[in-house]
Design a protein around this ligand. Structure first.
Ligand SMILES: Cc1ncc(COP(=O)(O)O)c(C=O)c1O
Length: 406
């Protein structure tokens, strides 16, 4: 269903993001249902052998087989593309399969990738796996745009980063790094899952490719796994889609439907979760047991001004460090804080309406090893909270109980 609006003066206006989040992507069936239907069908029937042939050749654009395309998945892709301001989108089974598809669609043995040091643990591990297949990776800091230019080689095929990063909320200058990428003719891919398109639209800042773990804020209620890749139609349809449809990391129609429902409340949730996060970050900063708070919405964040020039809020992830004489003491203190919280869920996910608390060094970033963790700045005293929609006083009271034990 089209969502463009003609207000009577002849000018066609794009509706706002909250309108698009509930309205874009709906193709009503003959039953005129109001809520989006789910098409749980592996394949689609042809009227004749000639139509089957035309569908397979692409001359007839209808659906064939759900590994390649499905109406519910298409609705999800169209809605997310509208929110990100992208020409095209391909959904995937998880965030990691979206990242893997981007990297593998653009590289081959002998290719080189420049990646941020500050990345989600599994993304760092995935680059390690790709090195086994002869893809070289150079790691540079997102806070040093010149290092990206210096890392370029003739065989560089991709720049890859996330902003703000998980878990330290380090912010990349998306305009500066995309200008370097553009001058070199190398695509820049950005993981936008910490912000969602409600808070940050990387394509408008010059980024070429956006990836999502839809598992996070797009679902928003911790139910399903999903991922997506967005960008220019030529890249998505000619380079990425052939890879995804052949290798099969397909989003299920059921998960696409859950994500469509999740996106309806994305704007409301991001607003409330960001407001809770800002208030909690300020409260944590004043707490004597806390050594340091990292939240892009706080004036004390090293890249606060940059974050506010490219994101609408600081987001809903807050990282903080507890005190201790050495790494062993800091780990013990961090674990005590976590174990004394009764409301916050000790779980690895983020983006849920329920606030979650995690010790990155021993969970999400445990497998990357101490050297990579040290290079990324992830110490034993670090705790990540992904703030939900609960009442602020209850979250602060729970954290206060935890911090008393530190
Ligand atoms: C920043 C970031 N990117 C990607 C992923 C991977 O997404 P998924 O778990 O959906 O594969 C995660 C998961 O935590 C993440 O935090």
């Amino acid at each position: 269903m089209g969502t463009q609006r003609d207000d009577g003066d002849g000018a066609v206006r794009q509706p706002g993001l909250d309108t698009q989040a509930v309205r874009t992507g709906i193709e009503r069936t003959a039953y005129q249902e109001h809520s989006e239907p789910i098409f749980l069908s592996s394949s689609f029937v042809f009227e004749s052998a000639a139509q089957a042939a035309a569908r397979f050749s692409g001359d007839d654009p209808g659906f064939v087989y759900s590994r390649a395309s499905n109406p519910t998945v298409t609705a999800f892709q169209n809605r997310l593309a509208a929110l990100e301001g992208a020409e095209a989108c391909v959904a995937t089974a998880s965030g990691m399969s979206a990242i893997m598809a981007v990297v593998m669609s653009l590289t081959a043995t002998g290719a080189h990738v420049v990646a941020a040091r500050e990345l989600f643990g599994a993304t760092l591990q995935m680059f390690g796996i790709l090195e086994r297949f002869g893809v070289a990776v150079s790691y540079v800091r997102v806070t040093e745009p010149d290092a990206w230019r210096a890392a370029l080689r003739p065989e560089t095929r991709l720049f890859y980063l996330e902003s703000p990063s998980n878990p330290l909320t380090t912010v990349a200058d998306l305009r500066a790094i995309s200008a370097i990428a553009r001058a070199a003719g190398v695509p820049l891919a950005v993981d936008n899952c910490a912000c969602s398109p409600i808070l940050q639209r990387p394509l408008e800042l010059g980024v070429d490719i956006v990836v999502h773990s839809a598992t996070k804020y797009l679902d928003g209620q911790g139910r399903v796994m999903g991922g997506a890749v967005l960008g220019a139609r030529a890249y998505i349809e000619e380079t990425l889609l052939p890879f995804v449809r052949t290798t099969g990391p397909t989003l299920s129609a059921f998960n696409a439907w859950v994500l469509l429902k999740g996106m309806e409340t994305l704007g409301l949730r991001m607003e409330r979760q960001s407001a809770n996060a800002l208030a909690l970050a300020g409260w944590l900063e004043a707490h004597p047991a806390v050594a340091r708070v990292l939240y892009p919405g706080l004036a004390s964040h090293p890249q606060h001004a940059l974050a506010m020039s490219q994101q609408r809020t600081g987001g809903a992830v807050v990282a903080f460090e507890v005190r201790g004489a050495d790494e062993d003491e800091r780990r013990a203190a961090a674990w005590r804080v976590i174990d004394h919280c009764r409301l916050l869920s000790i779980t690895a996910n983020l983006g849920d309406v329920k606030t979650t608390i995690t010790h990155p060094a021993s969970t999400t970033h445990a497998r990357v090893g101490p050297e990579v963790r040290a290079a990324a700045g992830i110490g034993e005293g670090l705790i990540r909270i992904a703030v939900g929609v609960e009442n602020l006083e209850d979250l602060a009271a729970d954290l206060a109980r935890g911090l008393e034990s530190a």
